[in-house]
Design a protein around this ligand. Structure first.
Ligand code: DGT
Ligand code: CA
Ligand code: CA
Ligand code: ZN
Length: 596
């Protein structure tokens, strides 16, 4: 088990001990140990080998054994037993924002609740508000936390859903019975979260495809199995639908099940205005449509070639791709990510969307100097592997003390290290020296002006006081944007998808201030953030806002998240000249120096 995972286990042990009402000194030992392990610079493996782990400040003798066991075996009996000794409902409660070990223990002791359901009922009748130290506000917060949690549980991050979908798609394509296979639905539209997966397959032997799909090892439950449609559920709770259609119907089915619903409605309107009726089965002249024709449609699902007969000569015959379908309706091929029913049929020109291979580097990444897991050298090597020309490093500033943020002196020292790295010629990747500087409560910045000036660029982010009013938060962020030392605004709403709602902020005002001050807003590409949201980008960029795709990587693998940022840029309809990452080193330098 690696260091980061061990830190998590120690933290969890501390919470579990709190929940059991154990001795505070014991709890503290685990918290301190976790912190010490997280921030220590030495290599954990080496310390264990040389027997020196116990000499690290903050790691007591009781912890040395446990850390070593976790490091070597990935398991710890003490931890497993501790977890098992606590009701699962109480552990679930810990996921509700605002509830830690101590509070959950009091709810359990005083209200006798040991499930989230039970806690919800207790809130609804005001029992929690009546508890000393809780009150009306925190009861409301717990209740909305539970409700969000229920809503969140129904959806999944795009990134995770894609990981499940890819091997299934590859497997389907390998089946000899399968002529074509695609993922449809929100995953194909690159939505930030996905409700369920939708696979569309062209085959004349649907049963075999169904058998393969429902007997996958990773399938936990087959929720439906029919001749041409099946649904399954995986361990994570994610579900998947598979539909098998005859080859002639494939383009229509793929288009229909890619959606979105609103896009489909607009497409059907468009077809009707041209005298056709469009459905997942095909397209045909709409005059004289009657009930009996509805019956012949359902036959089309099982009989190969039915779609051709249905459309009739010269009416959509030969439509074998979505491109053909769009062309038949006099439209350019609309990429799936733009099909959200937000006026895409009226676009005069489809924007020249960015693709992964257009990205020449990324900004806002962390190293071991703050809370990252990799060094400057390791991060640059990973950037080189990705084929990039440059990499921007932006560690935390000192107000983010829990992330070991840098003070002015350490920032200046890191700038020196980065300059030396670039001059050493050791890497073809140019490293830009940046910082992720905290925007303090009142909108002032966490570092001296001189420090900000010495850097190549800066990312300003809010990491504290999330519960300010919309007016306060908007003024706070705009004050930071107006500071001459600000190059970019980081994750502008602080949201964590399926976990934490955005803080209250007037983004239209923030966008206008960013444009007026030539400040970039980032697309934070961490799959859990994707902030600023794609829905805001096209209008903002057309008004002159520049974007930067920032993976916010805390380890080398985190750089891969840039792909999720590319998704947001595509969904936002951004063209290459609106994305800083499409520039070369000189072009980026030009922006940093001249803001154009
Ligand atoms: P999700 O799964 O909630 O993330 O979102 P989608 O878009 O994948 O939705 P899903 O799985 O319910 O259905 C896939 C597509 O099928 C959807 O985007 C459009 C199409 N579709 C499904 N139901 C309807 C419907 O009632 N009317 C129309 N026009 N299209 C539908
Ligand atoms: Ca879906
Ligand atoms: Ca579905
Ligand atoms: Zn941040």
């Amino acid at each position: 088990m690696d260091k980061a995972d061990i830190v998590e286990v120690l933290e969890e042990i501390a919470v579990l001990l709190e929940l059991k009402g154990e001795n505070p000194f014991k709890i503290r030992a685990y918290q301190t140990g976790a912190r010490a392990l997280e921030t220590m610079e030495e290599d954990l493996g080496e310390l264990i080998e040389s027997g020196e782990l116990g000499s690290v400040k903050g790691i007591g003798s009781a912890l040395v054994d446990k850390i070593e066991t976790l490091y070597e075996t990935g398991e710890l009996e003490y931890y497993t037993k501790l977890r098992d000794s606590v009701a699962p409902g109480l552990i679930e409660m810990l996921d509700i924002p605002g509830l830690g070990g101590k509070k959950v223990k009091r709810l359990h002791d005083e209200l006798d609740v040991d499930t989230v359901e039970g806690l919800k009922s207790a809130c609804e009748v005001g029992k929690v508000a009546a508890l000393k130290g809780f009150g009306k506000k925190s009861e409301e917060k717990i209740l909305s936390g539970i409700e969000n949690r229920e809503a969140y549980a129904k959806r999944h991050l795009w990134w995770r859903a894609r990981e499940v979908a890819e091997p299934i798609l590859a497997g389907l394509r390998e089946l000899p019975q399968v002529e074509r296979a695609e993922v449809a639905g929100s995953l194909r539209r690159l939505k930030e979260t996905v409700g369920d997966l939708d696979f569309i397959v062209a085959s004349s032997e649907p049963e075999k495809v169904m058998d393969w799909f429902t007997s996958r090892e990773e399938v936990r439950e087959v929720t439906a199995k029919g001749k041409t449609k099946s649904s399954v559920r995986f361990e994570s709770g994610l579900q998947a639908d598979l539909r098998v259609v005859p080859a002639a119907q494939f383009a229509f089915a793929l288009h229909h099940f890619t959606g979105s619903k609103d896009h489909n409605v607009a497409m059907r309107q468009r077809a009707l205005s041209k005298g056709y009726s469009l459905s997942e089965w095909g397209i045909k002249k709409s005059e004289g449509e009657s009930e009996s024709e509805g019956v012949s449609r359902s036959e089309a699902t099982t009989r190969p070639g039915a779609a051709e007969r249905e459309t009739g000569p010269g009416e959509g015959v030969g439509i074998t791709s979505e491109k053909d379908l769009f062309a038949f309706l006099g439209l350019p091929e609309i990429p799936p990510e733009l099909r959200e029913g937000m006026g895409e049929l009226e676009l005069e020109k489809i924007p020249d969307l960015v693709s992964k291979d257009r990205i020449r580097g990324v900004f806002h990444n962390h190293t071991t100097a703050s809370d990252g897991r990799a060094t400057i050298e390791e991060m640059a090597a990973a950037a080189q592997d990705l084929g990039w020309d440059y990499l921007g490093l932006a560690d935390h500033s000192k107000a983010s003390y829990q992330a070991n943020g840098l003070d002015d002196e350490r920032v200046l020292k890191q700038i020196e290290e980065i300059r030396a790295f670039n001059e050493s010629g050791e890497s073809p990747v140019h490293v830009f020296a940046g910082i992720e500087c905290d925007i303090l409560r009142d909108g002032s910045l966490d570092l001296e002006d001189g420090t900000l000036q010495a850097l190549d660029y800066t990312v300003m982010s809010v990491h504290s006081s999330f519960s300010q009013s919309e007016e306060e938060m908007t003024a706070r962020v705009i004050k930071a944007i107006e500071h001459p030392g600000t190059t970019m605004l980081g994750h502008p709403t602080g949201r964590l998808l399926l976990r934490r709602e955005p803080f209250k902020i007037n983004l239209q005002k923030v966008i206008d201030a960013a444009i007026a001050n030539r400040v970039i807003i980032e697309i934070n590409a961490n799959p859990r953030r994707l902030d600023m949201d794609w829905r805001l980008w096209r209008r903002a960029a057309n008004k002159g806002l520049m974007c930067a795709i920032n993976p916010d990587a805390h380890r080398t693998e985190g750089l891969d998240y840039f792909e999720a940022g590319v998704n947001v840029a595509r969904k936002g309809g951004l063209s290459r000249d609106q994305i800083l990452n499409c520039r070369d080193v000189k072009g980026v330098q030009k922006w940093f120096e001249e803001r154009e």
